[in-house]
Design a binder for this molecule. Structure first.
Ligand SMILES: [Zn+2]
Length: 67
């Protein structure tokens, strides 16, 4: 079975299937059955791309208001 995970390209945290970013012990990304794609966690997005992060937050807010 091959699992797909997203690894933060900056801090190497991995995103679990519930959408939580957790710290990788070092062997998850190197596991042969795990296919890792690189992404960016919200924490790093905020640090590295504050403008983009702000836009995402605003979009989320707008979606919440519509519901
Ligand atoms: Zn990160």
């Amino acid at each position: 079975m091959i699992a797909m995970v997203t690894i933060c390209a900056s801090c190497k945290k991995i995103k679990d299937d519930r959408g939580n970013w957790i710290k990788d012990d070092g062997d998850v990304g190197a596991h042969p059955d795990i296919y890792a794609t690189h992404g960016i966690c919200p924490e790093c997005a905020q640090k590295l791309y504050p403008e983009i992060f702000m836009k995402i937050q605003v979009k989320k807010q707008l979606n919440n208001w519509r519901q």
